[in-house]
Every structure is written in structure tokens, then in C-alpha cells.
Design a protein around this ligand. Structure first.
Ligand code: PLP
Length: 375
């Protein structure tokens, strides 16, 4: 008998391609054409991009003309923060590296024990009259799923004349609603591969009237804001995935069942950010005494794919700056596992994970596996 297919619960790293996205991509690849060409094949390619633009805009309540396609969430974050051309930048302490590394001189807005930005501190920082600022706070955290109070951030920022960027890479298509105009933000970043589209394509949504200078020079694509021939197939896949993702994921029941079962197995375990509003698909949980990489490897051997905090390009596991910013001790942060559900997650997936976790925990408590040393 062949082994059962692996269980994939790492959708915050990347979500498997939705069949509708794959179909749209194949169709676009086979049709070919440069969307800037005036002949019929070029016009058909342009049509595919504009359909996708409408779908992506609809996902976040934007106008199609507010959507600029990019090579992903990283480029969208970089483009927003460099393109706004404001020297004073404030970012939350739990942002993704594509914000933190793009803005090495940014001032930090601290977070509380649940990972929520300290609004009083934001107000205090902005009250110091200096030059006009841009504030960047993510919609939902990639490691914990914790949702930020974006409308409050916008209210405080506006009162101080600051512009607001929101990295919604993990929120759009997962939370029930992400609405750029409802939130009042100026810039919103999106990524296709977090919602069942392909990797290597994303968008920066720019509120009409918000300033943005292009950071690359070339053709006049994407309203003169992002030069370069468009990735038509990727954009078509993104559009189809965005259309399928409207309304967000409905996996909160599965996630709650999973957390209850894991806490039942290991009552000393903690779920990070559990006191805050979170995405319904994400659990960041510690198995006391067992290093995250040991858990990831043991679960992988049992056919269950999860991750130890943020997936980084080197494949190495590093101590989570997000958990440290939340005041979690380094020793506990080293035992944190990220489980993230997605559009194709099922109750059977959850049961396989619970069984594998139970098995690992039993082996650990019987001292088969060396517990983590306090660091
Ligand atoms: C919150 C957040 N922002 C930005 C990114 C970068 O997106 P991309 O992989 O499309 O460059 C990620 C990817 O992990 C993310 O989780």
C-alpha cells in the first residue's frame, strides 16, 4: 500500500495553486502576446491583465486603476516605502523583513504581549513635531496571525499628517474583509502565492491621489509606476485566485478544534497571540521543551508539513523576532511551531497533525527526544 499523501499545513509560507489559477495561467501562457502590442494577440493579453486587475481590486475594495502589479509582496512593500519618499518612517516591531530591511532607519512602534501595536506609543512618537512621516503596520502577522487595529493606526496617523502603508499579504483572502477604503490606508501590499495563486506576482494597491514615485525606469507599464513587461500568466493566475478568495477562508472551526486538541495533549503549551483577534487559519504554538526544528522534522517524518515560525530563504530556522518583540523568552520562542491552514485544508489533515503531535509529545515525555536547553 502506498503512503498517504502528505498533509500540508504551511499556507502562510505558500498556499498550493488553486486549480482555477492554474487553468488561467496555462491559458495565458498558451495564448502568449505582449500586452503593450496593439495587434489582437497583444490586446487579448491586455484583456487578461485587466480582468485580473478587476478581481484583485474587488478583493480589497479598490478601484482597478489603484492596482499596480508587482513581482510579489516583497516588491510591493519596497515600492510603497521607497516610493512615498518620506524620510521619517515608523514601522511596527513585528513587520516582515521586506519592510524592516527596506527601511533600516525606521523608528519602531512596540507591540504588547499579544503582538498588538502600542497605539499610545504611536501617538507619542508622531506628536513630536518633525518632518511628515509614513507609518507601516501589517494587517495580519505571518507567524501568529494576530490582526492589527489598522483603523486606529490610520486615525492616529492622519491626525499627525502621516501616510499609512499596510502589508496585507497575509490578511487579504484570509480575513473575511480587507477593504482599503474602509480601513483608510494609502498603500496596501498583496501577494498571489499566499492565496492560491503563483509565487512571483503581487500588487501594491495605491489609494487614488496618494503620492508614489516609481523605483525602476523603463516602459510606461502599470500607469508609469512599475516599468517592465507584465507577467501575464502570473497576473492571470493571481486574478483567478483573488476572485476565488473573496470572503476569506472559513477554517476557524478547524483551527479552534486543532488548538483545543493540542492544548489537551500538552496543557503547558501556549498559543501565541491568543488574547488578540487573529486570522482564523493560523496557530503559533509551543511544545514545551522541544525545539521547533525537532518538531518540524518529526512531523515531516510523519507526513505533516508545518513550519517553525517564518520560512526564510535559506531554509534555516532562526529565533523569531516577532515572538521576542512580544516578550516571549528566547527558550520558549525556540519551541514555537507555526501551523497555517488554507483553502484545501480538511478535518482529516487536522487529525493527522493531532496524532503526529501526540506521538511526538509521548516520545518526548518518555525521554526518547532530548528536550531543548534553556537559552
Ligand atoms: C507579511 C508578509 N509580507 C510580505 C511577504 C513577502 O511576499 P512575497 O513572498 O510575495 O515576496 C510575506 C511572505 O512571506 C509575508 O508573510
Amino acid at each position: 500500500m502506498s503512503a498517504p499523501a502528505p498533509v500540508y499545513l504551511d499556507h502562510n509560507a505558500t498556499s498550493p495553486l488553486r486549480p482555477v489559477a492554474g487553468d488561467a495561467m496555462v491559458e495565458a501562457l498558451q495564448a502568449g502576446g505582449n500586452p503593450s502590442s496593439v495587434h489582437r494577440i497583444g490586446r487579448a493579453a491586455r484583456g487578461r491583465i485587466e480582468i485580473a486587475r478587476r478581481h484583485v481590486a474587488a478583493l480589497v475594495g479598490a478601484l482597478p486603476a489603484e492596482v499596480i502589479f508587482t513581482s510579489g509582496g516583497t516588491e510591493a512593500n519596497n515600492l510603497a516605502l521607497t516610493g512615498v519618499r518620506r524620510r521619517r518612517v515608523l514601522v511596527s516591531a513585528v513587520e516582515h523583513d521586506s519592510v524592516l530591511k527596506a527601511m533600516p532607519n525606521a523608528e519602531f512602534i512596540p507591540v504588547d504581549g499579544d503582538g498588538i501595536v502600542d497605539l499610545a506609543e504611536l501617538e507619542r512618537l508622531l506628536a513630536r513635531p518633525r518632518e511628515p512621516a509614513v507609518v507601516s503596520v501589517m494587517f495580519a502577522n505571518n507567524e501568529t496571525g494576530v490582526l492589527q487595529p489598522i483603523a486606529d493606526v490610520v486615525r492616529i496617523a492622519r491626525a499627525a499628517g502621516a501616510l499609512v502603508h499596510c502589508d496585507a499579504v497575509q490578511g487579504a483572502g484570509k480575513a473575511p474583509v480587507v477593504d482599503i477604503h474602509g480601513l483608510g490606508v494609502d498603500y496596501l501590499s498583496l501577494s498571489a502565492h499566499k492565496i492560491g495563486g503563483p509565487a512571483g506576482v503581487g500588487a501594491l494597491v495605491v489609494r487614488s491621489g496618494a503620492p508614489l514615485s516609481a523605483d525602476r525606469l523603463g516602459g510606461g507599464q502599470e500607469f508609469n509606476r512599475r516599468a517592465g513587461t507584465e507577467n501575464v500568466a502570473g497576473i492571470a493566475g493571481f486574478g483567478a485566485a483573488a476572485d476565488a478568495a473573496v470572503g476569506g477562508l472559513e477554517v476557524e472551526g478547524l483551527r479552534d478544534r486543532l488548538e483545543a486538541a493540542l492544548l489537551g495533549i500538552a496543557p503547558q503549551a501556549s498559543v501565541f497571540g491568543s488574547g488578540a483577534r487573529r486570522l482564523g487559519n493560523t496557530t503559533c504554538i509551543s511544545m514545551p521543551g522541544v525545539r521547533a526544528e525537532t518538531q518540524v522534522m518529526a512531523l515531516d517524518l510523519a507526513g505533516v508539513c508545518v513550519s517553525a515560525g517564518a520560512a526564510c530563504s535559506s531554509g534555516k530556522v532562526t529565533r523569531s523576532p516577532v515572538l521576542l518583540a512580544m516578550g516571549v523568552s528566547p527558550a520558549v520562542a525556540d519551541t514555537a511551531l507555526r501551523i497555517s491552514l488554507g483553502w484545501n485544508s480538511t478535518v482529516l489533515d487536522i487529525e493527522r497533525l493531532i496524532d503526529a503531535w501526540q506521538d511526538l509529545y509521548t516520545r518526548v515525555t518518555n525521554s526518547d527526544i532530548v528536550p531543548a536547553r534553556a537559552a
